[in-house]
Design a protein around this ligand. Structure first.
Ligand SMILES: [Fe+2]
Length: 302
């Protein structure tokens, strides 16, 4: 029997010129919770910051904490710097990797590739992905081969972590290839128990074919396409994209405990909107899943 407990969060979006999310304070609060809950490590599901070389202090705060912190790449890690700079800033040699902890394998996926019409894969770098909206969110073929070996050869149950979702179509474009590997893992020691993603700033949990899928809410805010003007007027002078944000008052994270008997226990976080301003109040179109300023508790046995 083995058991692991860790802290997961996502989409902190540190970039003080664009976002009013006070990322260092939010991260500190999440780190304190991780310590209080006895987590073995922290992991974020991407969009931690928008300019990796400039976010040195925040990355240092994450790295130097007395509980290890792992990175998953989101698309916005490549807005203002190259892939190589993002790797260097996060201390990684590759965007996809795995680590083992307490009898579980955590597999970090990097779907930040776009594919052009020739079927060649390019990693996101310096905002190049904005020019290829239809070809985005692919896992490159070499990584699929690596995923197959890493999961099917694992001596431990696997947890997959990615920025975009594997749960439904419209997230990772070639998710079918990963679902095939998940199916093949079913009766092996490396069976996939849980897939966690960020990116959508939504809170949702689903179990499909004995695999749990956690859509992890943002630690900071929801993004809306058309700006609103409901915050104090002076804030708009300071923060460029303020009107496009529906800010969560509290930093959101989840303490996740997984038992090798198949139990997944997610302790979420309550919360409210800043000044009570919800997405509905901003007259922006509703999204696929409701915008809520919290992460609900869930417990299942798969
Ligand atoms: Fe994202």
């Amino acid at each position: 029997m083995s058991k692991v407990r860790f802290t997961a969060f996502s989409d902190l979006h540190h970039h003080p010129v664009w976002f009013k999310c006070d990322a260092p304070e939010r991260l500190e609060s999440i780190q304190n919770r991780a310590a209080k809950d006895g987590s073995e490590f922290l992991i974020h599901m991407g969009d931690f910051c928008h300019h990796v070389p400039v976010a040195r202090e925040l990355i240092k705060q994450y790295r130097d904490f007395n509980i290890p912190g792992y990175h998953v790449f989101g698309n916005h890690e490549f807005d203002l710097n190259s892939y190589e700079e993002a790797l260097e800033g996060y201390g990684l040699s590759c965007g996809y990797y795995y680590f083992d902890c307490n009898g579980f394998r955590f597999v970090i996926i990097d779907e930040n590739y776009f594919s052009d019409f020739r079927g060649i894969y390019f990693h996101y770098s310096e905002r190049n992905y904005f020019d290829h909206p239809k070809g985005r969110d692919w896992i490159n073929p070499e990584q699929i081969t690596w995923l197959r070996e890493t999961i099917l050869g694992s001596p431990f149950p696997c947890i997959l972590c990615s920025h975009a979702t594997l749960e439904y179509e419209g997230g990772i474009k070639n998710r079918d290839k990963v679902l095939e590997i998940i199916r093949e893992s079913r009766n092996l020691p490396g069976r996939v128990m849980l897939c966690i993603n960020g990116h959508y700033h939504r809170d949702n949990f689903n179990v499909i074919d004995d695999v749990a899928y956690l859509d992890l809410n943002s630690a900071s805010f929801d993004w809306i396409p058309n700006p609103h003007f409901l915050y104090p007027a002076e804030w708009y002078q300071e923060i460029e994209g303020l009107g496009n944000q529906v800010i969560f008052k509290d930093p959101l994270s989840a303490t996740i405990t997984i038992d090798s008997d198949g139990t997944i226990d997610i302790a979420g976080a309550p919360g409210e909107f800043l000044f009570g301003i919800s997405r509905e109040m901003t007259n922006n179109s509703p999204s696929r899943r409701p915008c809520t300023p919290c992460i609900l508790d869930r417990k299942v046995r798969i």
